[in-house]
Ligand binder design. Structure first.
Ligand code: GDP
Ligand code: MG
Length: 175
C-alpha cells in the first residue's frame, strides 16, 4: 500500500539551554544517530521527518535546531517565524536548565504566534537514578502553560518518538 502524502508540513523549533541535548534529540529522531561528543556548531539548520499521527495520517515535520546561538539568547525572528510547535528541552540532572525553560517560554510568547503548540522534554533520563527523580514541579509547570511533558534519552532512544508524535498531532488539530 502506498503511503498517503502528508496532511501537513509543520515547523517545529527546538529551544533550551546549550548542552541539554537538543541537537542529539533531533539527530536521534531524524537519523537514529547519537554521539557522546556531539559538537554544538556542526549541524543542519533543520531536518525533516514524517510522523504518523494515526493509521491514515502522516505529517511532515521540519525541525529547526540552533547552531549554538542559544548561548547568547538571540535566536532572531526567522527562527520563530511561522513555527507551529516548539519543543523546550532541559536536562533532568541540571535544575538550572529547567528554570531557563521558563524564560524560553516568555521569549516564545513575544516571538511566536499565539496558538503555537508546546511540549517540554526532560532529557538525559539515562543519567538519573529513576527512584530519586522528582519532576512534580516540571510537570505542574508544563500543565500550567498547556504544554505536554515528557522524559527522554537521546542516548538510549527513549521517549523521543512520543514527543514528536504528540506535537504533530496537536499542531495538526490547531492548524
Ligand atoms: P545542545 O547544545 O542542546 O544541542 O546539546 P547536544 O545535543 O550538543 O548535547 C550536549 C551533550 O550532551 C553531548 O555530549 C551529548 O552527547 C550529550 N547528550 C545529549 N543527549 C543525551 C542523553 O539523552 N543522555 C546522555 N547521557 N547524554 C546526552
Ligand atoms: Mg545543539
Amino acid at each position: 500500500m502506498r503511503a498517503a502524502s502528508p496532511a501537513a508540513n509543520l515547523k517545529v523549533v527546538l529551544l533550551g539551554e546549550g548542552r541539554v541535548g537538543k541537537t542529539s534529540l533531533l539527530l536521534r529522531f531524524a537519523k537514529d544517530e547519537f554521539s557522546d561528543t556531539q559538537q554544538a556548531t556542526i549541524q543542519a539548520s533543520f531536518l525533516s521527518k514524517k510522523v504518523l499521527v494515526d493509521a491514515e495520517t502522516s505529517v511532515a515535520l521540519s525541525i529547526w535546531d540552533t547552531a549554538g546561538q542559544e548561548r547568547f539568547h538571540s535566536l532572531g525572528p526567522i527562527y520563530y517565524r511561522d513555527a507551529d510547535a516548539a519543543l523546550l528541552v532541559y536536562d533532568v540532572t541540571d535544575k538550572d536548565s529547567f528554570d531557563r525553560v521558563k524564560s524560553w517560554v516568555k521569549e516564545l510568547k513575544k516571538m511566536a504566534g499565539r496558538n503555537i503548540v508546546l511540549a517540554i522534554a526532560g532529557n538525559k533520563i539515562d543519567l538519573d537514578r529513576q527512584e530519586e527523580l522528582d519532576l512534580t514541579e516540571q510537570t505542574e509547570y508544563a500543565e500550567s502553560i498547556g504544554a505536554s511533558h515528557f522524559t527522554t534519552s537521546a542516548k538510549l532512544n527513549k521517549g523521543i518518538d512520543a514527543v514528536f508524535q504528540d506535537l504533530a498531532k496537536r499542531a495538526l488539530v490547531s492548524k
